[in-house]
Design a protein around this ligand. Sequence first.
Ligand code: G3H
Ligand code: ZN
Length: 275
Amino acid sequence: MPLTTTGELITRARAAVTAFNVITLEHIEAVVTGAEAAGAPVVLQVSENAVKFRQGRLLPLARAAVVAAQQAAVPVALHLDHVQSDSLLRQAADAGFGSVMYDASRLPYAENLAATRAAVDWAHSQGLWIEGELGEIGGKGAHAPGARTDPAEARSFVAGSGVDALAVAIGSVHAMTTRTAALDHALLGRLAAALDVPLVLHGSSGVPDHELTAAVAGGITKVNVGTALNQAMTGAIREHLDARPEAVDPRGYLAEGREAMARTVERTLRLLTPS
Ligand code: G3H
Ligand code: ZN
């Protein structure tokens, strides 16, 4: 199947598109396997932090993701996530990504807007779909506990920056290991009414199922999941090694980690993809 793009998937989606963060080849294989089992399209995301973990090199993981997407039985898009570095941003198109998320949310509003505007100009010149993130004035990260996106400010930000999608802070927090986040659905309703671009939920691992489905019904169009995969992988590997202290071949525990991630992907896609 040809590699697709996040923009194309979102345009076609009747509900939301789910994007999973990948760090290793096993993550990539698990996301594709889980999406095929669910019969759903999916986005493979590589974050700037994942690139740092891969010794600062984007291409080895990106090349693997491109080939995995091309060989998948379901549509798969590639997205470069939480990019802060301009040099990484500029590698996106050549590395095979059809979309990027440019994250200047740590900056005060005016600087975030100016930096995102410049990123949007470059991304659009390359044919890339680009997501921005709006944080709280004062430079606090948009997903720090308590941070929220203001609808009027978001409207100005989208108009001024030209982003194709906006990550909004409505109560989710990155890297939660318990699914206890409570979303502000009234705020989501106001954001959806104020904005005419797709809205993105980050930190979705910490959001319970009923809150996720309500968020999608209320206007979230892209759901980002990362930590849930790492929890599944690490839990399965820990269990495998605890039961086999003599194990040396990584294929034994990596296979179990990969299967656990694939089950998480399939379950999440069955929850969020309309049949
Ligand atoms: O951009 C990535 C996501 O926001 C993942 O967040 O690891 O908390 O699920 P999470
Ligand atoms: Zn995120």
